[in-house]
Design a binder for this molecule. Structure first.
Ligand SMILES: Cc1ncc(COP(=O)(O)O)c(C=O)c1O
Length: 495
């Protein structure tokens, strides 16, 4: 007897079938746009360029060179196969001792060598995604909340809350002070949660920030530590972008701050991963590093559901303990990121587009407020739809990061080659240039390039034209891919 899809869904758990995965967002919709028509320099030059994926692809050549020169580091080569049995059989959730040592040393180097980490506190998980969920599992009960300064990583809803039932309470930050996290904003969010009978268990920060590409200064970090100490709540620091800092000011990590402060270390937890700093999101190396012994012990037991494969641990233990390689990689990667960031932001400036001044990350926080027809989130969606559908660039709108001001967009620049960057810049220049021209000559219309005529409207005061061309305004919810897709972003769960 055939049953309907909705009947079948009723047989599943409420937690799995609720909407708390947070994927009903233009952030994920943009990935689908790319998957449906991916740009290729020669095979699909009119396709969508993926600028919504925070991948670091600029220094793979160095990694490949090291792998080639060290065949013994892999258990899948003639030179390394003698270790195959031991490694393939290894499943201790404490991890290979040499891996824990190597990652602890690497974490120190990624923070400029100014702090050290104890390998015994390293707990493994499936990427920072798994690490963030694991920390929530240890610290909060269903219905409890964590404060998160906005704008923040869109997948936090899924990672932190979907399975654990933990709520997110945004701490509103805005461009008036370059999105600084102030004591007033923290207190306001905390108080609001309390007034709504929400039990706040902690604060999560991403430092360097995704999507801002900025680092928190020492004073701000100290004030955050003071805040969580006074409230006796936890501080989780997602430092996944630690080694992407490419220009001054230098990165100040939480470890550096707490070692000179009088605070309760049991409240401090770091989340880390090799997805961004090394460019290995596919290897699923996530780390929880907690100063709380109970969190280390409980987290380790829980981590058996998301261990890093022993083959990966084995390979990375060798690579990350190679001091010369790590030194060269970190320096070169930072230089290349700085260069790419410069090329990209200079290219934008040529057409009068500014980005928030940044010194880290794999993206820019682009200010397109002046291109909005209306200074509203609907206005932001109108512009986003033109950019993704007509200009064919998948950038991510600020609303998906819970930015409180419409008109900001995150644009990733390190997941492509130089030629693709040039094509992207060319499209942006043409888009903005054409918009300016159209603003001056409202009647001019080019029949060949449909997006150029649409662009005119993003500057105009009327939305009628969008409706005529079928480019209607849709809210993020309406645009979601709720049905199973062959290219679900879940299958490419990176960002
Ligand atoms: C702030 C932040 N945390 C966590 C993650 C997830 O990282 P991973 O691929 O290691 O699971 C990302 C990925 O973009 C991120 O930006």
């Amino acid at each position: 007897m055939a049953s309907s899809a909705s009947e079948n869904r009723l047989l599943l758990s409420k937690i799995a079938t609720n909407e708390k995965h947070g994927e009903n967002s233009p952030y994920f919709d943009g990935w689908n746009k790319y998957n449906q028509n991916p740009f290729h320099l020669t095979e699909n030059p009119e396709g969508v360029i993926q600028m919504g994926l925070a991948e670091n692809q600029l220094s793979f050549d160095l990694v490949e060179e090291r792998i080639r020169k060290n065949p013994k580091a892999s258990i899948c080569t003639a030179e390394g196969i003698e270790k195959f049995r031991n490694v393939a059989n290894f499943q201790d959730y404490h991890g290979l001792p040499e891996f824990r040592q190597a990652i602890a040393t690497f974490m120190s180097k990624a923070r400029g060598g100014r702090v050290t980490f104890d390998p015994h506190r390293v707990v493994m998980s499936g990427g920072a995604t798994g690490a963030n969920e694991l920390v929530m599992f240890c610290l909060a009960d269903r219905g409890d909340a964590f404060l998160i300064p906005s704008p923040y990583y869109p997948a936090f809803y899924r990672d932190l809350g979907w399975r654990t039932g933990v709520q997110i309470v945004p701490v509103d930050c805005d461009s008036s002070n370059n999105f600084k996290i102030t004591k007033e904003a923290l207190e306001a969010a905390y108080e609001k949660a309390q007034n709504n009978n929400i039990n706040v268990k902690g604060l999560i920060i991403t430092n360097p920030s995704n999507p801002l590409g900025t680092t928190l200064d020492k004073d701000t970090l100290e004030s955050l530590v003071t805040f969580i100490n006074q409230k006796n709540i936890h501080l989780v620091c997602d430092e996944i972008y630690a080694a992407t800092v490419f220009s001054s000011p230098k990165f100040t990590c939480i470890t550096e701050v707490i070692q000179n402060m009088n605070c309760n270390p049991n409240l401090i937890h770091i989340v880390y991963s090799l997805a961004k700093d090394m460019g290995f999101p596919g290897l699923r190396v996530g780390i929880v590093y907690s100063y709380n012994d109970d969190v280390v012990n409980i987290g380790r037991k829980m981590s058996s559901s998301g261990l890093v494969s022993s083959q990966t641990q084995h390979m990375l233990a060798s690579m990350l303990s190679d001091e010369d390689f790590v030194e060269k990689f970190l320096t070169t990667s930072a230089k290349r990121l700085a260069k790419r960031h410069g090329v990209f932001t200079d290219g934008l400036e040529e057409v009068g587009i500014n980005c928030l001044k940044s010194n880290a990350g794999l993206f820019c926080w682009m200010d397109l407020r002046r291109l909005l027809k209306d200074q509203t989130f609907d206005g932001e969606m109108v512009l986003w739809r033109v950019i993704v559908n007509e200009v064919k660039l998948n950038v991510s709108p600020g609303s998906s990061f819970k930015c409180v001001e419409p008109g900001w967009f995150r644009v990733c620049f390190a997941n492509m080659d130089d030629d693709t960057v040039e094509v992207a810049l060319k499209r942006i220049r043409a888009f903005v240039g054409q918009g300016k021209k159209a603003q001056e000559q409202v009647q001019v219309k080019s029949p060949k390039k449909r997006w150029q005529s649409n662009l005119r409207l993003s500057f105009s005061s009327s939305s009628r034209r969008f409706e005529q061309e079928g480019v209607s305004v849709m809210s993020p919810r309406m645009m979601s891919p709720h049905s199973p897709m062959p290219h679900s972003p879940l299958l490419r769960a990176t960002t």
